[in-house]
Design a protein around this ligand. Structure first.
Ligand code: SAM
Ligand code: SF4
Length: 343
């Protein structure tokens, strides 16, 4: 039987992870677990979620093999996230394993910080370069309401341990929620400035497991900036972040300290996106908001070669859309919540 040629365009030959809009993925976000010790209201329900069954999770060897394939395709930064990455018992070994890859990617982590005091020095010794700790408020009551956990002290100790270990500059990620912690953004910035932590606010996105996000309730980047401007003088930082970095950075009171504001919904940065994501169960995703993903775990366990895996990854990137489309009538929130994709 004669086979008709496949009319769909294919990624061009070569190793780089390009898409049809000319973007090249270099920043790999790896979710090492979907489990979490917190229950942030903008992320997951109080009772937690049906976690990925253990047998479906990538083993350390599988995860390291896939990261190596991504690195062979031009990935230069690996960020370990989750869920809560520190809940993975082998996290220090994973960092060390990624640190052995050549060319060695930079290694970063996003964590809720609650377990960081115990392990910050070990992570640094294993090769972790940077850490982002999520902290939305330094008010004990607000923290408890937001995370549904009473662990503010642990997070504060985790941040201090990260700084002591040399995981610098220590960055703090914050989400402001209307009527919950939006009145505390000034205190949070003052607190971070006093300790030399680099604070960045991120607009709340429709990625919660409960699908409860509403645009009208989201605190916008402009609102955060206006609120901060009542106490601080913010001037645009004279240097830019790297092209794909989403934070608009401002000098605070003339600098050198800065604050970042990430308008991921109101002014998306999709046209400069260089990210690709690997979930804890071995699915590659070209976007946080992607409605589909490509399975790598099955082929990997069935004996796929590195070239086979790379072809699957390149195919997934080739399907990447131009933008997330939040606000468009045809926008659908993805089934996978942020905690299972890796933020
Ligand atoms: N558990 C770790 C933590 O909280 O840092 C890592 C995973 S968490 C999903 C990664 C980041 O996503 C955190 O900074 C968190 O605040 C952010 N995040 C979670 N849900 C979000 C949402 N709906 N909109 C915006 N950011 C969100
Ligand atoms: Fe856990 Fe991070 Fe989600 Fe909070 S934002 S529930 S710490 S995964």
């Amino acid at each position: 039987m004669t086979r008709l040629p496949d009319p769909r365009p294919r990624p061009p030959a070569g190793a780089a992870l390009v898409d049809t809009y000319g973007r090249v993925a270099q920043d790999l976000r790896v979710s090492v677990t979907d489990r979490c010790s917190f229950r942030c209201t903008y992320c997951m329900p109080a009772e937690g979620l049906p976690w990925i069954p253990r047998a479906e999770m990538l083993t350390d060897d599988e995860l390291l093999r896939l990261v190596a394939v991504f690195v062979s395709a031009g990935v230069t930064q690996v960020r370990l996230t989750g869920g809560e990455p520190l809940l993975r018992r082998s996290i220090v070994d994973l960092v060390a394993g990624i640190g052995e890859l050549r060319p060695r990617p930079s290694i970063a982590m996003t964590t809720n910080g609650a377990g960081l005091a115990r392990v910050a020095a070990g992570l640094k010794a294993a090769g972790l370069d940077r850490v982002n700790v999520s902290l939305d408020t330094i008010d004990t009551e607000q923290f408890r309401t937001l995370t549904r956990r009473d662990r503010l002290t642990d997070v504060i100790e985790g941040l201090a341990a990260a700084a002591d270990a040399g995981l610098t500059p220590v960055k703090v990620n914050a989400v402001a929620m209307r009527g919950v912690n939006d009145d505390a953004v000034i205190d949070l910035l003052s607190w971070c400035l006093e300790r030399g932590y680099e604070l960045r606010f991120i607009e709340q996105m429709p990625l919660d497991a409960q699908h409860g996000w509403e645009r009208s309730v989201m605190v916008t980047a402009d609102e955060i900036r206006a609120r901060l401007a009542t106490r601080f003088t913010l001037s645009p930082a004279p240097w830019g972040d790297r092209g794909s970095a989403p934070a608009q950075r401002f000098l605070v009171d003339g600098g050198p300290a800065t604050v970042g504001i990430i308008a991921s919904v109101s002014a998306p940065f999709c046209s400069a996106c260089d990210r690709v994501r690997l979930t804890a169960d071995g699915q590659v995703r070209n976007c946080l908001f992607s409605e589909r993903e490509t399975d790598l775990r099955g082929p990997l366990r069935d004996g796929a070669s590195d070239d086979d895996l790379l072809a699957l990854i390149r195919g997934e990137m080739w399907r990447k859309g131009p933008a997330h489309g939040i606000g468009r009538p045809d926008f659908h929130q993805p089934d996978r919540p942020m905690s299972a994709i890796g933020g």
